[in-house]
Design a binder for this molecule. Structure first.
Ligand code: SAM
Length: 233
């Protein structure tokens, strides 16, 4: 599969923004909430002062972080798709009482952040959409302080025994159900294609090493449909 085209990705998420959360819950059978909780637990262990959630989308990771971290921690969510950010801002009041939380426009390939600015970066289901993953990972390395932590939640290649069921689900069930929910079957054909073409845990580990990350770990979840990768700057 060719690298995702940023303009097409942006416009696709713009079209499905209003139904994105409902589609996530339905298509994952609610598992997405549990995957994000694992990510948030990994962040809490780092005791960060500033966490930046990249590809924040409708804000579920940033909101969950805001609720679990102390009020002294700042949480910033960045995305390049305004309709997705609008969804995040609409949901923000439920978490803002817990401490500072901001959603802003930002392209991962050219992050609007100083060098060494953050203690932790998170990115959930965003890495797969980048036109240039190496450049994105190098940007993350640049803005993390030395010793800071990157946590990536992303689809991966599932356990071998589960693949036939999983790929059948992705090809035949997911686009149809997602089409009913979001009114945009094409967007979820794209999801199916990007998941199938995405590297496995060893592949992403190698990409993280190439971008300069160390102490890299990857844990598979739910028959390894999804992996949580962690690396240190
Ligand atoms: C599948 S959604 C993930 C949203 C959220 N993190 C979640 O867990 O539900 C992917 C998001 O990545 C964003 N995105 C893709 N490429 C980007 C880029 N280069 N810079 C910033 N955001 C990007 C899209 O706009 C979209 O909101």
């Amino acid at each position: 599969m060719a690298n995702p085209d940023p303009a097409a990705v942006n416009s696709m998420f713009g079209r499905i923004a209003a139904r994105y959360d409902l589609a996530n819950r339905t298509l994952s059978g609610g598992f997405d909430l549990w995957w994000r909780r694992r990510l948030v637990r990994g962040v809490v262990r780092q005791h960060p002062e500033l966490v930046v959630d990249l590809a924040t989308g409708s804000g579920d990771v940033a909101l969950a972080l805001r609720k679990k971290l102390p009020s002294s921690t700042r949480v910033l969510g960045l995305d390049f798709c305004e309709p997705m950010l609008e969804e995040a801002r609409r949901k923000a009041p439920s978490a803002e009482a817990c401490g500072p939380l901001e959603f802003a426009w930002g392209d991962i390939l050219e992050l609007p952040l100083e060098d060494d600015a953050c203690d932790v970066i998170t990115i959930a289901f965003g890495l797969r959409n980048l036109a240039d993953r190496h450049r994105g990972l190098c940007e993350m390395m640049r803005v993390l302080r030395p010793g800071g932590t990157l946590l990536i939640l992303e689809f991966t290649q599932p356990a071998r025994w589960f693949r036939p069921f999983y790929y059948a689900y992705l090809r035949h069930v997911l686009p149809r159900v997602a089409g009913w929910i979001s009114g945009d079957r094409d967007a979820y054909e794209y999801l199916n294609n990007t998941i199938g073409a995405f590297p496995d845990k060893a592949g992403i580990t190698a990409e993280l090493e190439k971008a300069g990350f160390r102490d890299i770990r990857a844990v598979g979840m739910t028959a390894s449909i999804v992996a949580l990768h962690q690396g240190r700057a």
